[in-house]
Design a protein around this ligand. Structure first.
Ligand code: ADP
Length: 229
């Protein structure tokens, strides 16, 4: 199996004023193509920071991130954005939908910006797949939390990413709705081979992925396969 993500000696320090806070230290691990991978750990342990670095949304102070065969340190911001548009999907805990766009537009507009010709049809199909056929023209404020998260999922699936990063995808959802979202993510992995890297507090969800990395105080405590596989 080849690695789709390879992290080596990653360090991240935030500076505010004359204060420095090191939030990640000596982080090395890899994720194989097609793997389902969870990152767990207490609040403040550096999970969100790590996910942002993996997806090239932020730069480390030291170490390297190789994503889809490319060392992010060697790419400029435009090239990183291109790689993200082509290969990466991202789901945020608080959905981050644009409030002035409908569900359909939240999915189709980014696709149009990337030059897709059939953006509306493709987005309609994706929203149907996540069970929102009758919510296409609703605005985010008219949708429940679970529906908003499913729009965010459709948006993340839209460019058929090789790897999908999800930050607490079920964090704001009730158990039943969270289960639907998890099932959609696992189906995406099964049907399309999309690699999943998921931050979660939910150990039951983590146990349904193939590998669990545990962070504490910015360091890796354990990184091991789950027994479910
Ligand atoms: P987790 O996702 O595990 O809760 P985070 O990566 O969000 O952890 O945060 C790790 C630490 O870094 C926390 O102490 C947090 O306050 C701090 N932190 C996160 N983002 C920033 C930032 N942009 N500037 C300064 N400190 C930050």
């Amino acid at each position: 199996m080849s690695n789709i993500l390879k992290i080596t000696g990653l360090e991240k320090t935030y500076t505010s004023g004359n204060k420095q806070l090191t939030v990640l230290q000596g982080i090395s691990f890899h994720v194989e193509k097609g793997q389902t991978f969870s990152i767990v750990g207490p609040s403040g342990s550096g999970k969100t920071t790590l996910l942002g670095l993996c997806a090239g949304l932020d730069a480390p102070n030291a170490g390297s991130v190789e994503l889809c065969g490319q060392d992010l340190n060697t790419l400029n911001e435009d090239e990183r954005a291109q790689l993200r548009n082509k290969e990466v999907g991202f789901i945020f805990q608080n959905f981050q939908l644009l409030p002035t766009l409908t569900a359909l537009e939240n999915v189709s507009v980014p696709l149009e910006l990337q030059g897709a010709k059939d953006a509306t049809q493709k987005s309609t199909d994706l929203l149907e797949k996540v069970g929102l056929k009758d919510r296409l023209h609703h605005y985010p404020s008219q949708l429940s939390g679970g529906e908003q998260q499913r729009v965010a999922l459709a948006r993340a699936f839209a460019n058929a990413p090789s790897i999908l990063f999800a930050d607490e995808p079920t964090g704001n959802l009730d158990t039943e709705t969270g289960e639907k979202v998890i099932q959609l993510l696992l189906d995406l992995n099964k049907e399309n081979g999309t690699t999943l890297v998921i931050i979660t507090h939910d150990l039951e969800l983590a146990n349904r992925t193939q590998q669990i990395l545990q962070l504490k105080g910015g360091k890796i405590v354990t990184n091991q396969p789950t027994t479910a596989f």
